[in-house]
Design a protein around this ligand. Sequence first.
Ligand code: SF4
Ligand code: SF4
Length: 161
Amino acid sequence: MDSTFEERAGAICAACGGKCCRNANPPVSADRFEALRELGIGKDDVEYAGYTRLKSQEDGMCVMFSGGRCRIHSAKPETCVAGPFTFEVTDHTLSLYLKREASCPLVKYLKEDPEAYQAQYREAVRRLVRLIRSLPSVEVEAISRIPEPETDLVAGIPLLP
Ligand code: SF4
Ligand code: SF4
């Protein structure tokens, strides 16, 4: 039986070893922090650097990366769920970028499967819009200033007030 894209993606990410979890520092909204608290994650795992975010370990890997995988998979931050799409907000527009294949092995397979691409694109937009609306604008601006090298612009979506 053919595997689903989710199954294939799981195998690809496992083989990759979590490239996107290195120096990721995903933003943590107040709602996300409450969800993480229910999993036993506390204030020691987050920090403020223009926005509230998960810390990195000494080797650069996200503080939630353990044993070769994310230990909060079911409640991981919106930017993690949206990957390999990334974003910035300027002039009330959500600009969506897609990582290049060199920095994310999953991208090649996503591009080869239009149905999976559209599903992940829609999920990324849904999650990121929710995140943007849940954060103070200064924090969205701080996140938007983070350089995202090796990405290509794939969409510009107006954000209605
Ligand atoms: S999303 Fe891409 S970079 Fe992240 S673990 Fe999966 S294959 Fe690796
Ligand atoms: S929360 Fe999980 S998926 Fe997101 S960067 Fe950290 S380890 Fe990776």
